[in-house]
Design a protein around this ligand. Structure first.
Ligand SMILES: O=P(O)(O)OC[C@H]1O[C@H](OP(=O)(O)OP(=O)(O)O)[C@H](O)[C@@H]1O
Ligand SMILES: Nc1ncnc2[nH]cnc12
Length: 188
């Protein structure tokens, strides 16, 4: 059940935000790295984050949750199990043993590629994409391209954190992006 809202804001978000650590200059000078491993050390805040997503997605007819390696694997499977959906891992190159389709993309601090097993999703299947954070949106775009190339219907992208460079945007390539908290810009 939803806890009572304060000024229209879910009170659980405060503790979630407080549990995220910001590490300056990681992995490169100038990057303010938003580290969710500190959230994982707080079971109540971690559980609340998953539950907020579950409350949003449980009645949306979603049959697959696609999680982005690596940090989308931390939140995606719990959301999938709770809403009765399958979990589809979108992995970095050369990790999946079967036949794959691939999409390259540009990151804040480099380039990378995502792969998905052929047959992991069916044509017309309603899919939720999950990751910990959106910065430029390049990773989410690559994930959506993979799923759409397989014929899936991407319902929404769900991220725990939205970086300032993504602020104000609530869609990407015409698909909704739902962010729980905006990134904090100071270290702790
Ligand atoms: O919006 P974007 O600019 O594309 O950046 C967001 C992506 O960057 C991070 O992953 P990273 O590529 O660092 O990989 P990791 O999770 O394996 O560390 C994060 O977990 C997102 O997947
Ligand atoms: N600033 C950031 N913190 C954590 N993960 C990221 N991925 C891309 N930019 C990031």
């Amino acid at each position: 059940m939803l806890e009572e809202e304060e000024n229209g804001v879910d009170p659980r978000l405060k503790a979630i935000t407080a549990a995220i650590r910001v590490v300056p200059h990681f992995p490169k000078p100038g990057i303010m790295f938003n580290d969710i491993t500190t959230l994982l050390l707080h079971p109540k805040a971690f559980k609340d984050a998953v539950e907020i997503f579950v409350e949003r997605y449980r009645d949306m007819g979603i049959s697959a949750v696609a999680g982005i390696e690596a940090r989308g694997f931390i939140f995606g499977p719990s959301i999938a199990l709770a809403i009765g959906a399958k979990f589809v891992p979108l992995r970095k190159p050369k990790k999946l043993p079967g036949e794959v389709i691939s999409e390259a993309y540009v990151l804040e601090y480099g380039t990378d590629c995502l792969e998905m097993h052929v047959g992991a999703v069916q044509s017309g299947e309603r899919v939720l994409v999950v990751d910990d954070l959106v910065a430029t949106g390049g990773t989410l775009s690559a994930a959506m391209s993979l799923l759409e190339r397989a014929g899936a219907d991407v319902v929404e992208c769900a991220c725990l954190i939205g970086l300032p460079k993504f602020k104000g945007r609530c869609s990407l390539n015409g698909k909704p992006v739902h962010v729980l908290v905006e990134a904090i810009n100071k270290s702790m």
